[in-house]
Write a protein that binds this ligand. Structure first.
Ligand code: UVW
Length: 333
């Protein structure tokens, strides 16, 4: 039984609702957070979602952010020719890929973002760059390579297609604005789509941001992002409390930060270090966040199937100490 937000045991020096220690076992600090909710029973129940045998990739191509300095380095992909000079033959190719894991579809690991002002990450740790890169110390950090030891992520995905709902209801919003949706909006879309949430669900919310960015060239992307205003979930403690109380295993979206940007606290715009759901979900709950996922094909299929739940698989790159990664996510209906 997972405690509700208000019943979580108090953690000294941290706000009520801090879930550090909840998933610890045998005196060992947990590194999986809410992925612990993906139990064999939850996964077996999720497998019942495979009804039509249709598989859809949720991965935006790496390098789709074409503007330079979109916070992060974009893709560099070098193709190398394999040649046997003695035989005078070109016999194949290798390639070399370099990119920032936050610059396209990604998972944020529990090391990605710290709680402000304590500077602590999930379970009260304070990892350093050196520890993340050291083969011994990184063993104990909640990085994405460890997801492989538990077989990646498999479970029930549920799509909240806010974009289609807004079109149907005549709600207009710009993806590149401070537009934010609250708990009652998510619940209204869930009711409209016939979705009831279950413990261990992977919540996926579509706003249309990735689709919009995908239609733009680099200059247009830069112009759209110049104000750092992007729609998303309302970043409030109430939203965090609701997300915890649904007992989602993870939350993903097709926007930049799952939550709307910039963060707004007490009516005032804040710098990005104050992203509210990042602090609550990643640092205090241990709830992984997925961003910039490609959700258009999934939304089309869910509409055609009139079903908004599916089996979801994801296995991040097995990079030792990996802080973020393309999700390599598939939805299977
Ligand atoms: C932002 O860039 C705002 O979010 P993230 O670091 O999670 O990608």
């Amino acid at each position: 039984q997972i405690p509700s937000f208000d019943d979580l045991p108090p953690v000294e020096g941290m706000p009520q609702g801090c879930a550090w220690g909840v998933f610890d076992k045998d005196g060992q600090k947990d590194i999986y957070g809410t992925l612990n909710l993906l139990t064999p029973d939850v996964v077996k129940a999720a497998a019942a979602e495979v009804q039509e045998g249709i598989s859809i990739s949720l991965n935006w191509p790496i390098g789709s952010i074409k503007m330079p300095n979109f916070f992060r380095k974009s893709l560099s992909h070098k193709v190398l020719k394999l040649e046997d000079h003695q035989a005078g033959l070109h016999y194949g190719f290798d390639d070399e890929v370099e990119f920032n894991t936050q610059a396209s579809s990604q998972w944020d690991s529990l090391c990605h973002f710290m709680h402000v002002p304590t500077g602590l990450a999930y379970n009260g740790i304070q990892p350093t760059v050196e520890e993340l890169q050291d083969p011994t110390t990184r063993q104990k950090l909640p990085t994405l390579d460890h997801w492989h030891a538990r077989g990646g992520v498999t479970g029930r995905g549920v799509l909240i297609d806010f974009k289609s709902y807004a079109e149907a209801k005549g709600i207009s919003y710009s993806p590149f604005s401070r537009f934010r949706i609250g708990i009652s909006d998510i619940e209204a879309v869930a009711a409209y789509q016939g979705i009831t949430f279950r413990q261990g669900d992977i919540l996926i919310v579509r706003f249309g941001v990735t689709e919009e960015l995908g239609r733009m060239n680099g200059d247009e992307q830069a112009a759209a992002m110049s104000s750092h205003h992007v729609c998303g979930l309302e970043g409030t403690p109430e939203m965090a409390r609701w997300l915890w109380n649904q007992h989602f295993a993870a939350v993903a979206s097709d926007n930049i930060a799952v939550e709307a940007m910039p963060p707004i606290v007490d009516g005032q715009e804040q710098p990005l270090i104050h992203l509210v759901l990042h602090q609550w979900c990643l640092s205090l709950f241990g709830l992984p966040l997925g961003e910039l996922w490609d959700l258009q094909a999934l939304a089309d299929q869910c509409e055609a199937s009139q079903r908004y739940s599916f089996f979801l698989t994801s296995s991040p790159l097995n990079v030792p100490g990996g802080v973020g990664s393309p999700p390599n996510a598939l939805a299977i209906l």
